[in-house]
Design a protein around this ligand. Structure first.
Ligand SMILES: [Zn+2]
Ligand SMILES: [Zn+2]
Length: 344
């Protein structure tokens, strides 16, 4: 089934490396059995694309896409015209992890959209139907991109922490980029606005935004994390979420974790050295990883997005047309934005 006229070719951004982005022609793919062709309308920029921006990419990047189904292959159930978002990991649906719903830990993944399969900065993206999540007509497609890393990745990280620590009164967040800001708003939505959330960064723009979203900010250019916490009336936090991927940020949050505290590492990057007796055994603390999120978390997050759209929408600060994608990335990597969207 198809709708409208689908062109044979499209212009897509080509990530050339060293921060250069050109444009190239690519054929618009045709969906096979079980596949959907999506006309992308918005794709959010992500810190994880730093490597592609500076080192180049063979595939078209973009893994936080929202769009509309324009062609549905055979053996599919999604109607042409359905709006929705695309889940990054092309999970198999059949392995032990997938069988239990852990689609983010699929052991037989077919690929990652935007990293080894063409992604959402192209005008059209071809996906297997199981990674499409329909959203209904009441949520704008631009804001729907927040269901992915901003809400999905952070909601999952918070839930991972809550499994090990139920009585959370204070939360520390390392990094006030889009994922850190997402963790801030999701924590306040999921755990209530009484929760004391302390969020630290070096970028003034992002700290201002975090403050407006209800965070207690610590400007690490001016003070240490421990000093900043004391100014907010805390000597420890119950759960910390690292979105920065920096050793120093993980270490400093571990130092200020309460007894029974949990450090959830949600940002890829550097390492962390542990003194197991002092850091973990004696205070019964936990350090754990959190990778993306389960596909089935999208439905509860969609309800949250519907209910809190104006609050969550503040995280999106800039929108560019796809022709200006290079400028979008330059601004984003200067730390002078919240979430940035490329629209088409
Ligand atoms: Zn991302
Ligand atoms: Zn699987």
């Amino acid at each position: 089934m198809t709708t409208g006229t689908i062109p044979a070719e499209m212009f897509v951004p080509r990530f050339l490396g060293r921060g250069e982005i050109g444009f190239a022609r690519k054929p618009v793919p045709e969906p096979g059995s079980g596949q959907l062709l999506i006309r992308t309308k918005a794709n959010a920029l992500c810190g994880s694309e730093r490597g592609q921006f500076f080192d180049g990419s063979e595939v078209t990047p973009g893994h936080e896409a929202a769009g509309v189904v324009v062609v549905a292959g055979s053996e599919t159930r999604t109607a042409v015209g359905t709006p929705g978002v695309t889940y990054l990991m092309d999970f198999c649906g059949e392995c032990r992890s997938c069988g239990l719903g852990f689609t983010n830990q699929c052991t037989n993944k077919r690929g990652d959209i935007g990293f080894n399969k063409d992604g959402g900065y192209g005008a059209y993206v071809l996906i297997n139907e199981n990674v499409f999540f329909p959203i209904g007509d009441d949520v704008p497609l631009a804001e729907a991109t927040m269901l992915l890393d901003v809400m999905g990745t952070t909601g999952h990280a918070i839930q991972r922490g809550l499994r090990l620590r139920e009585d959370v009164r204070s939360l520390g967040i390392a990094g006030a980029g889009p994922v850190g800001l997402g963790a801030l708003v999701m924590a306040r939505i999921l755990l209530g606005s009484e929760l004391l959330v302390v969020i630290s960064d070096l970028a003034p723009y992002r700290l201002d935004l975090a403050r407006r979203l209800g965070g207690n900010v610590i400007d690490l250019r001016e003070k240490t994390l421990a000093d900043g916490l004391r100014e907010h009336g805390l000597d420890a936090v119950d759960v910390a979420i690292d979105t920065s991927g920096k050793s120093a940020a993980r270490r400093s949050h571990l130092e200020v974790l309460s007894k029974r505290g949990v450090l959830v590492c949600a940002g890829h990057g550097e390492g962390l050295s542990l003194d197991v007796s002092r850091d973990l055994i004696a205070p019964e603390r936990a350090v754990l990883g959190s990778e993306y999120f389960r596909y089935d978390e999208l439905s509860s997050n969609l309800e949250i997005l519907r209910k809190h759209l104006p609050y969550l929408g503040q995280i999106v600060t800039h929108r560019f047309s796809v022709q200006d994608i290079k400028e979008a990335f330059e601004l984003f990597f200067r730390g002078e934005t919240g979430k940035v969207l490329v629209e088409q």
